[in-house]
Design a protein around this ligand. Sequence first.
Ligand SMILES: [Zn+2]
Ligand SMILES: [Zn+2]
Length: 342
Amino acid sequence: MRQLTFVDTGRLEWRDVAPPQLEGPAEALVTPLVVATCDLDAAIIRGRTPFSGPFAFGHEFIARVTATGPDVRTVRSGDTVIVPFQITCGECPPCRAGHTASCAGVEPRRSMYGLGAVVGKDWGGALSDTVRVPHADAMLVPLPQDIDPLAVASCSDNLPDAWRTVVPPLEARPGASVLVVAGGAPSIGLYAAGMATGMGAEVHYIDTDAARLSLAQAFGAAVTEGPPPRRLGRHLVTVDASASVAGLHCAIRSTAGDGICTSVGIYYGGEVAMPLLEMYSNSITFVTGRPSARPAIPRVLDLVQGGRFHPERVTTSVVQWDDAVDALLQPFTKLVVERGGV
Ligand SMILES: [Zn+2]
Ligand SMILES: [Zn+2]
């Protein structure tokens, strides 16, 4: 089968590899139909991460089930499903508590699609003809018929990541205002702003990019153009999607007393200083880490189905499967790749 492989900075190529097979009774095989880029993908392609190739690329996808093992109950061949980026068992104590990011039932820990180099095992990538899903019932989410797969192509990772930064925090703090310090994780910051305004929150969004600022404005956010200042007001819910230390510190310092600041950025390399005295004095909660994608996916779909949130506005362009390499080498906020003729 054909598999898009990340080889090295600026270098992606289609390779012919052996297709995966069912390896157990609870597994499924799927054919990806629609693939979105994760904010991390652009950073990988442009050499801004420590990850080196080669590995199967892509980890946000909606797929068609093509085969299931005899123990699979919730999906069958022909179903269209959202595939979470994390490989999780659904049965271990962390999974049962909803913390699928810390699944203890799959080795190696932190197993994911499309990022083979990070965990030391290549589970395959979304830009492939076939992908193996080891725990089909626990992982796969059937796509509701009234939702356009192109709109929720990022439901494997970036949409749940944005969701956890604003939706549960706003549910716990009705009437709270939200600050999004954006730019470093470009689509997650926009998704967070769009979900928060969709919930009726007052949202302030800061970024340096004019196109993203107008998208945030279209979602109903108040915007500030420029690099993050030391502080930007006081908000009970703040989001660091800046992937910059200045942005992280701005989000933390702008968090009101007993508020919550969630950072989705990955800070590679050395240690990052934190304004702990201010965090202590304001009794703020700071959250970082990978999202638990699987349990958040149905909640994201609820927001989209209710018409409160339109993720497709963030999509830069939709391209055909065979054009994926050229498109991935161009600048984008969110690229969606569609397999034709299936
Ligand atoms: Zn990702
Ligand atoms: Zn588990």
